[in-house]
Every structure is written in C-alpha cells, then in structure tokens.
Design a binder for this molecule. Sequence first.
Ligand code: NAD
Length: 256
Amino acid sequence: MLKGKTALVTGSTSGIGLGIAKALAAQGANIVLNGFGDVQGPTAEVAALGVQVAYHGADMSKPAEIEAMMQFAAERFGRVDILVNNAGIQHVARIENFPVERWDAIIAINLSSAFHATRLALPAMKAANWGRIINVASVHGLVASAEKSAYVTAKHGVVGLTKVTALENATTGVTCNAICPGWVLTPLVQKQVDAKAAALGLSDAEASSLLLGEKEPSQQFTTPEELGALAVFFCSAAGNNVRGVAWNMDGGWTAQ
Ligand code: NAD
C-alpha cells in the first residue's frame, strides 16, 4: 500500500516509534529512523521487511539538527511523504519540585520538535498534494495526571498543533492526526513501573498491575503493533478525509 513512499519516524530506535516504523515498512514504505541508543538492531529489524532504511541521529530538542535531518531525508529519498512526530521523554515531579531544565527539555522534545519537523515537511507534501503527518500525543493530550505538568502541557499542545495543521491543509491531500495511547510497556513506562516497585516494595508484575489499575479499565497495555496499525490506517485511502482527530487507544482511560 505504501510502496514508493518515505516515512520519517522521530524517536524510532525504541518503543512506539519503532513499532510504527515497522508497521509502515511492512506496507512497503522506505523508512528514516531517528533516536538515540542502539541503531543497528532497529535498522536490521526494519530492513528485514524488504525496504530501504536510513538513519539520522538529530537531537529533537535542537531545531538546527531537525533541519539537517529533514534535508538528509529529502536528499536520500526525494521527499518525506509520511512524518511521524513521536520522539518524547517523561519526567515525574510535583510542579514546585519540577527541575526547570526537565521542563524545557520536555517542551522542546515532546512539542516544539513536532512544529519544526512539520513546518519543514509541509512544502514538499503540498507540492505533491499527498502527505500524512501523524503526531504521537497521549491520553495526556486529552486529560491530566498529577506530577506530569510538562508532559501534559506538551501533549495538549501537540493535540492543538494537530488540529491547526489539519485545518491549514484541509483542502489538500495532506492530512494530520494524533494518536493518543494510554499505557504502552516501553522503556519510558518501565521507568515508572520500576519507580513504583521501588517506592512500594512491589514486584514488577504487582507494580505494572497497580499502574494499569489506577487509570486503564482494560487492565492491559496497548502495544506498539496496535499503534502501528492505526498509523497505517491514517496513511490509507480510507483515511483521506480523517483530519485533525486525536484518536485514543487507551483501554477506556478517557471514557471514565
Ligand atoms: P521510548 O523511551 O521507548 O522511546 C522514545 C524514543 O525517543 C527513543 O527512540 C529515544 O531515543 C527517542 N528520543 C528521546 N529523546 C530524543 C531526542 N532528544 N532526540 C531524538 N530522539 C529522542 O518511549 P515510548 O514509550 O516509545 O514513547 C514514544 C512516544 O509515545 C513519546 O512521545 C511518548 O510521550 C508517547 N507515549 C508513550 C506512552 C507509553 O505508555 N509508553 C503513552 C502515550 C504516549
């Protein structure tokens, strides 16, 4: 379905981004990976799906590096047809104790990076009259939790940016939508499970179950594969007129 298209997925060396990159690759899209840590493993996993894979290590908190990455992708593949703004980090603390440096980093990586990548991707998408921008927000783009001020602020901002991007391009073939996952068991969430286990003297399974029990009625983690399938839907012809939605996949979290 996506043969001949190029997808750039930020923060795709791990977790949800890697899951979405693999789902798009399985549909034939060439992939530009981005993120920190092990690059060889994710590159091999995506290449095994029979598509071309490139990697750019831009730090998504730095606009100049985002610009270099977008240029690299255009030079390597001609243009970016599908942009998945996924890179993100978390920090948990009450507002009065929230480190200012963590606030700035979360706003830069989780919110401003999506603005920069979007503004740089749009001209080529509009010229081709086809494009898909998928912003990985969160249930925290729709509702709040205590001790996550920067994250909730950034994710609400991402949902707002999604709507504006969709509206500004509503008469073109470029769509923009957000995905709002509940708990997904990735390294980002494992850190929160570990913190709970340490604080309360619980096993990993007990801490996971407590985490889910607090918020997610299904008592199940959403998987990167399920989120990848939603991204594929947004890229399909059936998604042509799906514009500006914030689609939660959250086990009932926000239905409460
Ligand atoms: P993860 O920690 O597994 O992956 C994060 C990715 O972002 C990694 O590839 C990492 O290298 C990359 N990254 C971090 N800082 C970066 C930077 N400065 N520049 C470039 N890349 C950077 O986390 P995840 O759970 O897969 O999270 C992915 C996205 O999904 C995030 O935006 C997160 O907020 C969102 N999300 C996660 C959950 C969850 O439960 N895990 C729920 C809702 C939303």
